[in-house]
Design a protein. Structure first.
Length: 82
């Protein structure tokens, strides 16, 4: 439960329906200053649909073609959960 509270405190939005329990991360995961427009667009496209699946205890997002974007999302999620 502590992990859930941390994610919610950072701006995550919880959604529960039909046995699904998710926390959407679009407001919790932050971009890095200085991202190029292309990288920034790819980052926000991935983050807009990213969520933490409470039931399976997994971060879920559509992987980007930009490795930096994937690394940034995963590192920000780890930061939020600490």
């Amino acid at each position: 439960m502590e992990k859930i509270e941390k994610i919610l405190a950072q701006g995550g939005k919880r959604w529960q329906k039909n046995g699904m329990d998710r926390i959407y991360l679009s407001k919790a995961i932050k971009a890095e200053d200085g991202m190029s427009r292309k990288v920034s667009n790819a980052f926000y496209a991935a983050v807009d649909k990213a969520y933490y699946d409470v039931t399976s205890d997994k971060l879920v997002y559509v992987k980007s073609a930009w490795p930096y974007v994937n690394e940034r999302i995963e590192s920000e999620f780890k930061r939020i959960c600490q």
